[in-house]
Design a protein around this ligand. Structure first.
Ligand code: NDP
Length: 250
């Protein structure tokens, strides 16, 4: 541990893959050992990739816990099990995507997106907030998306879930400020994680019932390159987003 500062406890949701996994590893490997990372995932049977990437930090600056952000009980159990350590930084990363025209998507699938991306994040914030407010210290990070700023064709429900969480955070940030608790949103453009690649491949070959040719062309030819250009600065790999997240908490 670096002299002059205490190790910060960072809890991250959705660390089985992609951006969450990379943030967990980057923080656990911090040269000055400034962070103790509690990397969580809903299915611990998926831990191997994280454990391998964490290397010798596993069991030292990185520990693992089970956490399903869609379950009140799981969230409460997880937070209870770490309450003696106090969470300094909460990184709400867990999220799911959903691509396609609304008329072909079931209400259950749509609710799952909101249950994860919106209520999952709200559930976490609600649980950690009282301790942060009491200690008058803390930082909450929410992994939103550029789709929290702008609608994107065939991502209607995903976009709506990210707009919703941005609205919640903008409002919540104001009341947290007076308790010295910070709330930050991160808005990546397309990041090449497994899920994004799969979505893009499926999107490019998908038949869109009811969609006219111009809309499909927009998705295939315009949306992908223009988004990458606009948000290039933030990066397109999970490692880029992990570095950006580290800067936000430093
Ligand atoms: P991944 O699918 O690789 O990672 C998503 C993670 O969320 C997985 O670990 C997944 O776990 C977890 N998760 C899903 N549901 C739950 C749940 N109920 N409880 C706990 N964990 C859950 O995707 P990314 O790394 O790409 O996405 C991470 C975040 O970044 C998301 O919020 C996403 O919306 C956002 N984002 C991604 C972009 C991209 O282009 N990839 C762009 C902008 C934002 P499991 O393995 O169990 O499914």
């Amino acid at each position: 541990m670096a002299s002059g500062g205490e190790q910060k406890v960072v809890l991250i949701t959705g660390c089985s893959s992609g951006i969450g996994l990379r943030i967990a590893v980057l923080l656990a490997r911090d040269e000055q050992k400034r962070y103790h990372v509690i990397a969580t995932m809903r299915d611990l049977r998926k831990k191997d990739r994280l454990v391998e990437a964490a290397g010798d930090t596993y069991g030292k600056t990185l520990t693992l816990l089970s956490l399903d952000v869609c379950s009140d009980e799981s969230v409460r159990q997880c937070i209870d099990s770490v309450k003696d350590r106090h969470i300094d930084i909460l990184i709400n990363n867990a999220g799911v995507g959903l691509l396609g025209p609304v008329e072909s998507i079931s209400m259950d699938e749509m609710k799952r997106v909101f249950e994860t991306n919106f209520f999952g994040t709200v559930r976490m914030i609600k649980e950690v907030m009282p301790d942060m407010k009491k200690r008058r210290s803390g930082h909450i990070i929410v992994m939103s998306s550029v789709m929290g700023l702008q609608g994107v064709v065939f991502n209607d429900v995903y976009t709506a879930s990210k707009f919703a969480i941005e609205g919640f955070c903008e409002s919540m940030a104001v009341q947290l400020l007076k308790f010295n608790v910070k709330l930050s949103l991160i808005e990546p453009g397309p990041v090449h994680t497994e899920v994004e690649t799969k979505m893009m491949e499926e999107g490019a070959k998908m038949e869109y019932p009811g969609a006219d040719a111009d809309t499909v062309r927009y998705f295939k030819d315009v949306y992908i390159p223009s988004s990458i250009d606009i948000f290039e600065a933030l990066g397109q790999t999970p490692e880029d987003i992990a570095k950006c997240t580290k800067k936000v908490i430093e």
